[in-house]
Design a protein around this ligand. Structure first.
Ligand code: NDP
Ligand code: 8X3
Length: 250
């Protein structure tokens, strides 16, 4: 029987590439995000290959998250893989200058949003007697970097939750894994720098950054291992990157 993957933040970057690769490799897809036109485009592209159901909600709104998950038709009730991907950085400023609204957004989306989505799906997985959660963390959750303060803190929280969730859910046979990427060229920097294309582009100049498809490829590998194998935590860098702050640029 085909497995179903529930992917948050499937409207761009890593989440979108993951929906596409999983959809083309035997998974039914539940794709979520806030930009309806992107969800519609993805549905159009993927329905040639697989079954796809879309849900539009903001992960910050717990009521909306629960209603969206409750609204799933019976045939979409089984969720085999949850990919907690929705997230972003907002701003890059020294702690004394940081914008409280940016801080709240990162904590609300990257941490609280992940929890809002996870719990109702974990309840389903417990009833199913199996499931796999793949959390998208970051190198920023392994080592902080200057001006990264609250984004790094939010991803350190994902790192801690990944370990702790794995311990809590081990008794139910549910796998919990993390992918912690370095620099991936997506809309991430455009969001971080509030639409400043030049500043956003400069992040990825002078080296070959990872592509969203590289991360999606890893997620496909992780999601298709045999039942007894769990890639618990994978740090993935572009070859030019050696740490959160060391990137060899030409
Ligand atoms: P993108 O900006 O391309 O994608 C972010 C996705 O998250 C979008 O689909 C967006 O959908 C969704 N999202 C953002 N805010 C919300 C919200 N409030 N409610 C629902 N969905 C939301 O960035 P990436 O693909 O790069 O980022 C994906 C994940 O990867 C994030 O968790 C990020 O922290 C992590 N990451 C990224 C790295 C990089 O270098 N790019 C490196 C390490 C980790 P919509 O706007 O439609 O709601
Ligand atoms: C995204 C990678 O280094 O921009 O998590 O924080 S970085």
């Amino acid at each position: 029987m085909k497995k179903t993957a529930f992917i948050t933040g499937a409207t761009s970057g890593i989440g979108q590439a993951t929906a596409i690769i999983l959809g083309k490799n035997g998974f039914n897809i539940i794709a979520t995000g806030r930009r309806q036109e992107r969800l519609d485009e993805l549905k159009k592209e993927l329905e040639k290959n697989t079954e796809i159901h879309t849900l539009n909600f903001d992960v910050r709104n717990q009521k909306a998250v629960l209603e969206a998950i409750d609204s799933l038709p019976k045939e979409w009730n089984q969720i085999d893989v949850l990919i907690n991907n929705a997230g972003n950085a907002h701003g890059l400023a020294s702690i004394e200058d940081g914008d409280m609204k940016d801080w709240e957004a990162m904590i609300d989306i990257n941490v609280k949003g992940l929890l809002y989505v996870s719990q109702p799906i974990i309840q389903k997985m417990i009833k199913q007697g199996e499931g796999h959660i793949i959390n998208i963390g970051s190198v920023a959750g392994k080592e902080a970097y200057p001006n990264g303060n609250v984004y790094c803190a939010s991803k350190h929280a994902v790192d801690a939750l990944n370990s702790s969730m794995r311990m809590d859910l081990n008794k139910y046979g549910i796998k919990v894994s993390q992918v912690a990427p370095g620099l991936v060229e997506t809309e991430f920097s455009l969001v971080r720098f509030k639409g400043d294309e030049e500043r956003s582009q400069s992040v990825y100049e002078g080296f070959d950054a990872l592509k969203a498809e590289d991360i999606a490829d890893l997620i496909l590998y992780m999601a298709t291992r045999p039942k007894h194998v769990n890639l618990a935590d994978v740090l993935i860098f572009p070859n030019a990157q050696a740490s959160s702050t060391m990137v060899k640029k030409s």
